[in-house]
Design a protein around this ligand. Structure first.
Ligand SMILES: [Zn+2]
Length: 487
């Protein structure tokens, strides 16, 4: 009993004596039990202090080390994954807590703990989008939290014999077979209340698999396609004999027997024909129970798909070429720079000026024009030389597109030999990277590289990276290099 603790609720007489008899310690609320807060307000930010602290500590241990951007992104997500999931899976994260953790994550991403100040080049809302939606794939905390909590709504349907489910039903009652009632009681029910509030969100991707039709309502459940029969056939629903009837009650043997309160008018008969046409394709399986299904993959709720569905409501950047950016074997720092370049957010002089720092803006490369990402990476005479070095090979006249994103994408659309395609689509990132290094050398060290050497360096980089693709046909590659040498 040494490990046990007695917790008094309200006033308890002779507490010490009791503790003596039991041979245990006396504790007080709030406390923790199995790592979970006990007796604290579930919405209080206090219980999250430990989580915030863990975040800070985990990321701070990396303080002295050099980490690339790619490494930082991985680390930020892995710290999130290593946190005790029962916090995230049970308690709604208060917005102040999200803001605090996001600040730690933001600073870590852009500063990497090394420098005092660094610009945040891309808005956090974009950074926390999945990669396929234009982001970096850093987890959005609110969505992550919700996707984990929604797992309980799923488990509610899986676990028929769970004691926790019985407790919930006893306390709240059932809304239907699939979900409890909404809680209106003001006390002691906080946890489930927050989870239950996510039902509408959860329900948007839920559907039913018809079994024996005993649990599903014929008119009002979504069991046949994406909408209910009530919504699909409102006129028929209005005259249905029992609007709440289950599917099985609308069957007679192996046939459908749908009952109405009165005879059909002529104009309703067409609807009825349509309804029967819909019903023709569904099969009652008397041996199986009706089941709740979820999502667009295997019909099973997973936190991962839940998270994706929550993120899919965010605005998507039109035609964001995410596969081109991320599905490559280029070094992560190059990939990351490409991502920033496509947003035209790299710290060129115009972008620094937008941050209210004033100075005359002149391109370090040509010393003629104003430096913007588009100019520097596409239209500057130095950039043009690099681009033309490559596109001369294809014999196509390339009118350089206006934006960095367009240039990047249109480059990939060129028809080149399949064998060198993987290398070909690496070229824009390679050019961006070479120009950026050279630009920084000119800007910070005051040194410049001759154009010829810059070109050689660019091709050298490309070929050192092509080694990452051992499957590329060696002969084709040889041709490609030879033609480059001629260019
Ligand atoms: Zn220039």
């Amino acid at each position: 009993m040494q490990k046990s603790t007695i917790y008094p609720v309200n006033e308890v007489l002779n507490l010490e004596e009791l503790a003596d008899i039991m041979g245990c310690n006396i504790g007080s609320f709030p406390s923790t039990y199995l790592g979970l807060p006990l007796g604290a307000q579930h919405k209080s930010t206090e219980i999250w202090t430990g989580v915030i602290g863990k975040f800070e500590k985990r990321l701070a241990t990396w303080q002295m080390q050099y980490l690339s951007f790619g490494g930082r992104v991985t680390l930020i997500n892995s710290v999130l994954d290593s946190l005790p999931t029962y916090y995230m899976a049970l308690l709604p994260m208060p917005s102040e807590v999200i803001e605090q953790i996001d600040k730690i994550r933001r600073d870590f991403l852009w500063k990497g703990n090394r420098e005092k100040h660094k610009f945040h080049l891309i808005k956090w809302e974009k950074v926390t989008q999945p990669k396929y939606q234009g982001g970096l794939g850093i987890k959005n905390l609110a969505a992550h939290n919700k996707s984990m909590m929604m797992k309980w709504l799923w488990r509610y349907n899986l676990e028929d014999a769970g004691l926790w489910k019985e407790v919930i039903i006893a306390k709240h009652g059932r809304l239907n077979q699939w979900c409890s009632n909404i809680t209106t009681l003001p006390y002691g029910v906080g946890l489930w209340k927050s989870i239950r509030m996510l039902w509408d969100t959860f329900d948007q991707n839920a559907y039913f698999e018809l079994g024996n039709g005993v649990l599903l309502k014929f008119w009002t459940d979504k069991w046949l396609g994406n909408i209910t029969l009530q919504e699909d056939f409102p006129d028929l629903f209005r005259i249905a004999q029992d609007p709440n009837s289950i599917i099985a009650a609308n069957r007679e043997g192996i046939n459908w027997d749908i009952r109405f309160r009165r005879n059909m008018h002529d104009w309703e008969v067409n609807d009825l024909v349509d309804l029967f046409a819909r019903l023709q394709h569904c099969h009652i399986n008397l041996q199986a129970a009706d089941k709740l299904k979820w999502g667009h993959q295997k019909g099973v709720y997973t936190v991962k798909e839940g998270y994706q569905q929550l993120c899919s409501r965010n605005p998507v950047i039109a035609n964001w070429p995410w596969k081109l950016i991320w599905r490559t074997k280029l070094p992560p720092k190059v990939v990351f720079f490409t991502w920033i370049a496509l947003y035209e957010a790299c710290l060129t002089q115009d972008n620094i000026k937008k941050r209210k720092i004033q100075f005359p803006n002149r391109c370090y490369m040509c010393k003629k024009e104003v430096e913007t990402p588009r100019h520097l990476l596409l239209h500057c005479e130095v950039a043009s030389e690099l681009w033309s070095m490559f596109f001369c090979l294809s014999g196509i006249n390339w009118t350089t597109p206006l934006t960095v994103k367009d240039a990047y994408e249109s480059w990939s659309l060129w028809k080149v030999d399949k064998a060198i395609k993987k290398i070909w689509i690496m070229i824009p990132a390679c050019i961006f990277w070479c120009i950026w290094l050279e630009r920084n050398k000119r800007c910070f060290d005051g040194e410049s590289t001759a154009l010829g050497i810059l070109k050689t360096r660019c091709t050298e980089n490309l070929f050192s990276w092509t080694n990452l693709y051992p499957a590329v046909n060696a002969e084709q590659l040889q041709d490609f290099t030879n033609s480059l040498a001629l260019a």
